[in-house]
Design a protein around this ligand. Structure first.
Ligand code: SF4
Length: 334
């Protein structure tokens, strides 16, 4: 790991000032479970790191509010996953955290930092032997035509097909979450759907935050669909593995099992957290059963583009959405 300057401010105001003074290239340190990995691999080489773990403004979890749930960006994944009200009223959100990483990592990682984790593409993390437009713009993409079993089916392009690896953001996008963001130009609200970007011609640009902005809070509007929700994650092993395909689904059902409200997002298969409006439209007003759930899954993957080794994950993804809808439907009827 290369030498870097370390600062640990005591307040948000001090942190914003420290970032501005350190200048572009400085990294914000939350749980450190991605950043330090990448620094050890020489993929991230920041000259300075600003540690925001102790900021009181980033603490707190409130899942009892009448209009919204709020999560301080510095709240630990493990603590949010264990919140009893969240587990009861929004199981998809709690499950997306509980099924991520390992207990040890969840005890370190924060819910704000989790949103900004970087891809697990092995060519990206493998360093200079491999061309990688994300790591070195213009160098090419080793994954296209290479070992792409885990790469994206949705949202990729000719420059990059790296999968967004997170679970929590996939569940949050299904619930229309918004972020509070603070920087030297003030505070703003950013819909989570506007945070991550598809690679296009600039795979090195992964999100819309400025380098000197800090996510302070995640807010989720209250919805009756929360109780009829699930985060279904399919992976090579049942613990400590990234998704081959996942689905965050929430439904409310009316008379005869007709879908009144429906939210669908998929993960592990796209270059960013991927909301699926076409799947939601497919289900609107339909009776939720095996056939309509399958149709919704197929709609979610209608635009999928497979590479060399990952075509099997289209069918897997369709079945993952269908199974998530089955689980969510059962919960909605309780
Ligand atoms: Fe790099 Fe993206 Fe290609 Fe992976 S998929 S090698 S991150 S450009």
């Amino acid at each position: 790991m290369r030498p870097y300057t370390y600062t640990a401010p005591a307040t948000l105001e001090e942190a914003v000032r420290a970032l501005s003074e350190a200048g572009p290239g400085t990294k914000v340190l939350a749980g450190g479970t991605t950043l330090f990995d990448l620094m050890k691999l020489d993929i991230e080489t920041p000259p300075a790191v600003v540690d925001i773990r102790a900021l009181p403004e980033l603490a707190g979890i409130d899942t009892a509010g009448p209009r919204e749930l709020t999560f301080g960006a510095g709240a630990l994944m493990a603590d949010v996953a264990a919140d009893p009200l969240l587990r009861r009223d929004y199981p998809a959100l709690a499950e997306s955290l509980a099924k991520a990483a390992s207990q040890q990592l969840r005890n370190m990682a924060t819910v704000g930092g989790n949103l900004l984790q970087r891809t697990r593409c092995t060519y990206f993390r493998g360093g200079p032997p491999f061309p990688c437009n994300k790591r070195l713009p213009g160098s090419g993409c080793a994954a296209i035509g290479g070992l792409d079993r885990g790469h994206a089916l949705l949202g990729g392009g000719d420059a990059c097909v790296a999968t967004y690896p997170g679970d929590w953001a996939v569940a949050l996008i299904a619930f229309d979450a918004v972020l509070d963001v603070t920087g030297p130009r003030g505070t703003r609200t950013l819909p989570l759907a506007g945070l991550h970007v598809e690679p296009g011609e600039r795979p090195d640009r992964e999100h819309t935050l400025a380098w000197d902005e800090i996510v302070t809070r995640i807010r989720v509007p209250v919805t009756a669909a929360g109780r009829g929700s699930t985060y279904h994650k399919v992976r090579d092993r049942e613990s400590y593995a990234f998704a081959l395909a996942s689905a965050a689904v929430a439904v409310t059902l009316g008379e005869g099992g007709a879908v009144e409200e429906c939210r669908v997002a998929v993960g592990g298969v796209a270059t960013r957290p991927w909301r699926c409006p076409s799947a939601e439209e497919e289900l609107a007003g339909a009776v939720l059963d095996r056939r309509s759930a399958r149709r919704a899954g197929a709609a979610a993957f209608a635009g999928a583009r497979a590479g060399t080794h990952n075509a099997f994950r289209i069918e897997l993804g369709i079945r993952t959405v269908a199974e998530a809808l089955r689980i969510a439907g059962e919960r909605a009827l309780r």
